[in-house]
Design a protein around this ligand. Structure first.
Ligand SMILES: Cc1cc2nc3c(=O)[nH]c(=O)nc-3n(C[C@H](O)[C@H](O)[C@H](O)COP(=O)(O)OP(=O)(O)OC[C@H]3O[C@@H](n4cnc5c(N)ncnc54)[C@H](O)[C@@H]3O)c2cc1C
Length: 223
């Protein structure tokens, strides 16, 4: 994971009002940043190709300097991942948002938080704001180097995945092995198929109330 700082007067007024929100990041193509135009039903570039836009968690915003920090997981072959690893001071990118943060339910008596490395920025924000109730965090990473301090003294179970199947099973297993009694709120984010298995378990298999769980696919494994 690497931290990228975006700054500029255009960020004046940007505000993070809820944890685990999102921003959309428009990336340059071959060094050029072109703002796409709305063409009937989608945003396209001048040559009718699609812009490169990816979603990230606005980890922190420094109002004094109009500086937005995002933490990007470095994986093997993504455009955003490569951009984050190689971008230089002065390079340009564009941001829109923030959108859709998490509403913390004041009636919750326990929080179960499950995610992979892409969810760490959002989980750190949640941990800054969740009330003083029992919280258990289950985090999956691809490499032991990704184990970080989450900034709050809560029970954290880490797992270093050996492969995609192990990753998927471990994430759903973390939910299935937890007592989901009344008052528990579940927050989960990570690879789309793993999140689908968690949704199936919660909503179809055990009839967990949908309003008590937030489960969101953050990325899709295609290889
Ligand atoms: C609300 C929200 C918040 C998010 N917050 C963050 C955040 O704070 N930090 C963060 O790093 N990501 C975050 N993500 C996930 C991020 O948007 C995706 O990982 C994105 O696909 C990365 O783009 P890319 O160009 O690097 O890879 P892509 O071009 O999208 O994918 C290229 C290849 O890489 C694989 N891939 C994509 N992401 C990963 C990954 N993380 N690990 C391993 N393989 C991967 C794909 O399966 C594909 O094969 C968030 C997503 C959402 C929806």
């Amino acid at each position: 994971m690497t931290r990228v700082s975006l700054e500029g007067d255009e960020l004046e007024g940007f505000e993070i009002t809820k944890p685990a929100a999102s921003v959309r990041l428009l990336l340059p193509i071959r060094g050029e940043l072109e703002i796409p135009q709305w063409r009937g039903n989608e945003f396209l570039l001048r040559d009718d190709t699609r812009p490169i836009i990816r979603t990230f968690t606005p980890r922190r915003f420094d109002k004094e300097n109009n500086e937005l920090h995002i933490d990007v997981v470095l994986h093997s072959n993504g455009v955003a991942s490569t951009w984050a690893a190689t971008t230089q001071p002065g390079d340009r990118a564009a941001v829109s948002g923030p959108g859709r943060g998490y509403d913390i339910d004041p009636r919750a008596t326990v929080f179960l938080i499950v995610g992979d490395e892409t969810a760490i920025p959002a989980i750190c924000q949640l941990l800054e704001l969740l009330p003083d109730v029992p919280i258990s965090v289950h985090l999956l990473v691809a490499h032991p180097d990704a184990l970080v301090d989450l900034g709050r003294d809560v029970g954290v179970t880490w797992h270093v995945a050996t492969d995609a199947t192990d990753a998927d099973e471990w994430l759903s297993g973390a939910v299935q092995s937890t007592d989901l009694a009344n008052g528990v709120r579940v927050w989960a984010a990570g690879e789309a198929a793993a999140m689908q298995h968690i949704r199936k378990y919660l909503f179809r298999d055990i009839g967990f109330p949908r309003s008590n769980a937030h489960v969101r696919g953050y990325w899709k494994r295609t290889t």
